[in-house]
Design a protein around this ligand. Structure first.
Ligand code: SAM
Length: 269
């Protein structure tokens, strides 16, 4: 049978469908999530239920966000899963995750994410960081490396700075292509992201911090002096203790925040 057909469903490439089927890997992910009955869990892209089944067995209710209408309908008709699930058949990129959080308990989000949208989806989730206690995601290994990278590394970029602004980033395990059907071309990895109650380096204006990072890493070969010349002078950078001939990939999160906060103050006059 074609590798694309799994449990009677033909995988749709446009939805990034690579279904987990290795029981050991599934057990390891569920053990890392460690769901508890009272917690508010949300799965992105439940698909055919590889993670949904074991996680829902530990909780009273599980929210799932699935874009594929056929897969959402299958879950709806599932005799065991259906009563425990709250199914949201919608694009996770447009979903208001904050609407699921009630009371004091924050959300726990997890999923084997569609790789084609994983980075913008993670940025979308950062908007709800204050309502989330943790996130466990299966991603391309390279994306996990970028999330966890520090200054000076080739993989350090906008995703690293913004992820580490909001969250503690903890790589959990690597997963080979054989754990999925169909098998992806790349190695995967699971990461845990734990949003901080208070970011270690608070930005006065997060949008400005994001903008600074985008502008810097869009021209990562340039010196900081050149990257930011329309925003600030070389001597302003020096006054902040930042060497203007360094490149963006050498700046720490703290230094990006220092620049963003200086520019926020400057804009406020
Ligand atoms: N959780 C299942 C597993 O591990 O076998 C499926 C994982 S598969 C990599 C990604 C899942 O995300 C698919 O079920 C796909 O239909 C769903 N999906 C793709 N794009 C989505 C989106 N924008 N919003 C919500 N779900 C999406």
């Amino acid at each position: 049978m074609s590798d694309k057909v799994h449990m009677g469903h033909t995988a749709r490439k446009r939805f990034g469908q690579n279904f987990l089927h290795d029981p050991m890997v599934i057990d390891q992910i569920v053990a890392a999530i460690h769901p508890q009955r009272h917690q508010q869990l949300v799965e992105i892209g439940p698909g055919l239920g590889a993670l949904t089944e074991p996680v829902s067995a530990s909780v009273d209710k599980l929210h799932v966000v699935e874009l594929d209408r056929d897969l959402a309908a299958r879950l709806e008709e599932h005799p065991v899963l259906s009563p425990r699930l709250e199914i949201h058949q919608i694009d996770a990129m447009k979903f208001d995750f904050g609407s699921l959080q009630h009371g004091d308990e924050k959300l726990r989000v997890f999923g084997n994410l569609p790789y084609n949208i994983s980075t913008p989806l993670i940025f979308h989730l950062f908007e709800f960081a204050d309502k989330i206690s943790d996130m466990h995601f299966m991603l391309q290994k390279e994306v996990v490396q970028r999330l966890a990278a520090g200054p000076g590394s080739k993989t350090y970029g906008r995703l690293s700075v913004m992820a580490q602004y909001y969250c503690r980033v903890i790589p959990v395990l690597e997963v080979g292509p054989g754990a999925f059907k169909p098998a992806p071309k790349v190695t995967s990895a699971v990461v845990r992201l734990e949003p901080y109650d208070v970011p270690p380096y608070p930005a006065k204006d997060v949008r400005l911090l994001e903008r600074i990072c985008r502008e810097a890493f869009n021209q990562r070969r340039k010196t900081l002096r050149n990257c930011f010349k329309h925003l600030m002078s070389e001597s302003e950078l020096e006054a902040l203790g930042i060497n203007p001939v360094q490149r963006p990939e050498q700046l720490s999160l703290e230094q990006f925040v220092t620049i963003a906060n200086y520019l926020a103050d400057k804009a406020a006059g």
